[in-house]
Design a protein around this ligand. Structure first.
Ligand code: MGD
Ligand code: MGD
Ligand code: SF4
Ligand code: MO
Length: 717
């Protein structure tokens, strides 16, 4: 903390959100109150700016809607009626209910549910794992984001950070593939802009002309879920026209002959019929990508969101090795540089406390599990939600709400706001914001470790997640030394401070400066795969993946989960194109011809900020983007209220008729709150709970629906 003349001081914090940018922030504090936040101008990635979501973070902190005290339900489930109680009363109720449940049904009847409301290493993804593992609760397998991508990337390249995002400034050909950088990864944009000033070409592959696509040199609209075919088509051209870096392929890859054979059938004409991209454009893209070196591919998370999402990432991850892009600074591929951070997940999560045979339930199954659709023994009798808002962010919204209405379900939600999920709680526990807590942050979008120092005292009786689980442990009679550590001790335990990447980084340095670059070289020198050194079993880039044969591959530990591939699973060792799952059966019946995609909102962070005035004002009412041809066919005008529906549910929104979206696709951005939207539903009412091919990833781009003008709905159905 530094004091200045005006009686205020500056505290160094980190943006808490699940966003690749992990901005270093400066908070101005006066009289114990946070007055303003801004980006740290000295941080090479943050560069002084924040985004539209967070640049008024103090308004989130001091919002009149903040939950500041424990509460218990005082009306019917979901009525939103609560009365204030003390922490002691809340904990005593939890103890009594859980003790009964454990005695009658065993601890597996308790289901934790969490994701990344905050991304801090201490308070984030794994904050409650040790507690619930010790208790013996059902393990919640978290595969919200990037799980197919990670599996595919590990199979091909291994857990390597890949490219330094800052090295993009040295690229000559940049493909943003299913990634809306200007909305979702804003602070990466200046590096791309710098490359373009130096002559680089920017290509965006996206069904939608997004903010990012509008800025590109070349926007290639593609049918959702067909990207693997495009990647295979590019390989076809690259191999046929002898644009392969043969020396790189011979030395540092395995399976070229098989890949060549696989790509052989993906002629530009066939790929054009699958993707909707003209064959000549596919040829041009392949040629330019191969010959304009260094070239780089940045994949977005959205690339995995359909039946063949994993194999799509396999296909894209083969491309840089095929053309030798890894040889030069500014070349290669960017998935998540998170793998560079030496986090000791096991110290946070305590997998050693999991008893063998403990039940694992994937989080997409929440609705089905609460409704006993797949009979569970024991059934879920209690749900504990923190860092997440499943009613909005998980598919099968209707089913989840129905499940939460169960009178016999004991639901506890730790939250900053009374979200669509917290509305259904029996007990609500107040959570601090990032300014009220201590944490330390990795990043999945750059190579800097960031410390978050407490800037103000907690408001009301809110507590950080670390303290929440200390209190719960004490309440449930758990007295392991694990629960005695304070936050700073936890941070010291959570990282391998002797790891080469941590050279020169100490807690003192972080306290002083706020952040530090990992010791992995500079953007000018970091070149991990110029000579192979892939982190796969063979040490090479595996076009033909040896891991496809194994039943021993486990989802990255920090997500918690079970084996990725079971022995005997038919996993294609070569990259493949898998058609969308919903297309075939539903489209032939013709009932649901429109492919719904639900990308991120520019002004919300998942569902966070979906209730706050400035961001809501920016986003406007729940909207759906539709191409003029599809709109005309349904008598939908610009601004018409419409209803989008399929067999799973129905959503009301305002239509925006625009050429920005390709025909046959409609875009319903995610993050709007159900309780604040007309029709009382948001896009996850339409989405299925099925998995992609790898990593039990979601399939948010593999959903079909129909659209009608609201009110005309009954006649059309
Ligand atoms: N403003 C904002 N920023 C965020 C978030 C947020 O909610 N709001 N969330 C954060 C999180 S958790 C994540 S995971 C990241 C996600 O970051 P991104 O992956 O960039 O996010 P999305 O907006 O989901 O998808 C990116 C683009 O993919 C396109 N798309 C959808 N399906 C397909 C497809 O099958 N093929 C192709 N080629 N394109 C497709 C969409 O039209 C969209 O423009 O963003 C992070 N940053
Ligand atoms: N249709 C569709 N669905 C999607 C996606 C999509 O693109 N389309 N994206 C998916 C992806 S990529 C992701 S990552 C997930 C995101 O899913 P979530 O991580 O669940 O995201 P949020 O909606 O931001 O909900 C987080 C909640 O945690 C609360 N919170 C914040 N900080 C704290 C804290 O310190 N303690 C506690 N106890 N609570 C806190 C916030 O107030 C917020 O309500 O959504 C997924 N769902
Ligand atoms: S949400 Fe992302 S871009 Fe916005 S301040 Fe946080 S880290 Fe930076
Ligand atoms: Mo995500």
């Amino acid at each position: 903390m530094t004091a200045d003349a005006g009686g205020t001081s500056l505290v160094r914090v980190a943006c808490p959100h699940d966003c690749p940018d992990t901005c270093a922030m400066l908070v101005t504090v006066g009289n114990g109150r946070a007055l303003a936040v801004r980006g740290d101008p000295d941080h090479p990635f943050t560069r002084g700016g924040l985004c539209v979501k967070v640049n008024n973070y103090e308004k989130r902190v001091y919002s009149a809607d903040r939950l500041l005290y424990p509460m218990r339900r005082s009306g019917p489930k979901g009525s939103g009626r609560f009365e204030r109680i003390t922490w002691d009363q809340a904990l005593a109720t939890i103890k009594q209910r859980w003790s009964n449940i454990i005695e009658e049904s065993g601890p597996a009847a308790i289901l934790p549910y969490s994701y990344l409301g905050t991304e801090g290493i201490l308070n984030g993804l794994n904050a409650g794992d040790a507690f619930f593992n010790r208790l013996g609760a059902t393990i919640s397998e978290r595969t919200f984001c990037d799980s197919a991508s990670c599996t595919a990337y590990f199979m091909t390249i291994g857990p390597s950070p890949g490219m330094d995002p800052e090295s993009f400034k040295y690229s000559k050909y940049i493909i943003l593939w299913a990634c809306n950088t200007i909305s979702t990864n804003l602070h990466h944009w200046p590096f791309i802009a710098e490359a373009r000033q130096n002559g680089a070409k920017l290509v965006v592959i996206d069904p939608v002309r997004t903010r990012t696509a509008r800025e590109a040199d070349w926007h290639i609209p593609i049918r959702p879920g067909t990207d693997a075919a495009l990647a295979l088509g590019m390989m076809h051209v690259i191999i046929n026209e002898d644009l392969v870096d043969r020396d790189y392929v011979a030395q540092y890859t395995v399976g070229f002959d098989e890949l060549k054979q696989r790509a052989g059938s993906y002629t530009p004409e066939l790929v054009s019929s699958i993707t909707g991209i003209p064959a000549d454009d596919i040829r041009t893209l392949a040629r330019e990508y191969a010959t304009t070196q260094p070239s780089v591919i940045r994949i977005g998370v959205a690339i995995e969101r359909h039946a063949g999402g994993g194999q799509t990432v396999r296909a894209t991850a083969c491309l840089p090795a095929l053309v030798g892009a890894w040889r030069r600074i500014g070349g290669g591929m960017l998935q998540l540089p998170i793998w560079a951070f030496p986090v000791k997940w096991e110290n946070l999560m305590r997998p050693d406390w999991i008893t063998s045979g403990t039940r694992v339930l994937n989080q997409w199954r929440l609705g089905a599990a609460l409704m006993q659709e797949e009979p569970l023994d024991p059934p879920i009798r209690s749900l504990f939600v923190y860092n997440s808002n499943p009613v909005v962010v998980s598919p099968e919204q209707q089913k989840i709400v129905k499940g939460l209405e169960r009178e016999d379900l004991f639901t506890v939600v730790s939250e900053q706001f009374l979200t669509d999920t917290a509305q259904y709680a029996d007990i609500v526990l107040p959570a601090t914001t990032q300014l009220e807590q201590f944490d330390i942050m990795f990043s999945w979008g750059h190579l800097y470790l960031t410390l978050n120092q407490k800037a103000i005292e907690p408001l009301g009786e809110a507590v950080p997640n670390t303290e929440l689980f200390r209190r719960l442990a004490r309440t449930m009679g758990l007295d392991d030394p694990h629960w005695i550590r304070n936050d700073e001790d936890m941070a010291l335990d959570a990282l391998d401070w002797t790891h080469p990447a941590m050279q020169g980084i100490t807690m003192d340095l972080l306290k002083q400066k706020g952040w530090a670059r990992l010791a992995v070289g500079t953007p000018e020198t970091y070149l991990p795969h110029a000579e192979g050194n892939f982190l796969t079993p063979s040490g090479k880039c595996e076009f033909k993946a040896s891991m496809a044969a194994g039943g021993n591959f486990v989802l990255p530990l920090f997500r918690q989960g079970s084996n990725e591939f079971q022995p005997g699973d038919p996993v294609d060792p070569l990259p493949a194109y898998t058609p969308s799952r919903e297309k075939a059966p539903m489209a032939t019946s013709g009932r649901y011809p429109l492919n719904v995609i639900s990308p991120k909102s520019h002004a919300f962070l998942n569902s966070s900020y979906g209730n706050l005035p400035a961001q809501l004002h920016h986003a406007g009412e729940q909207v759906v983007l539709v191409n003029p041809a599809d709109a005309r066919a349904r008598n939908v005008g610009d601004g018409s209220p419409v209803r989008i529906f399929n067999d799973r549910g129905s959503v009301e929104a305002v239509a925006k008729v625009t050429e920005d979206v390709m025909p046959g696709v409609i875009v319903a951005p995610m993050g709007y709150w159900r309780s604040l939207s007309r029709g009382g539903a948001t896009v996850n009412a339409l989405n299925p709970a099925s998995y992609a091919d790898f990593g039990r990833a979601p399939v948010f781009s593999d959903t079909l629906a129909e659209m009608v003008v609201a009110g005309a709905a009954m006649a059309a159905e």
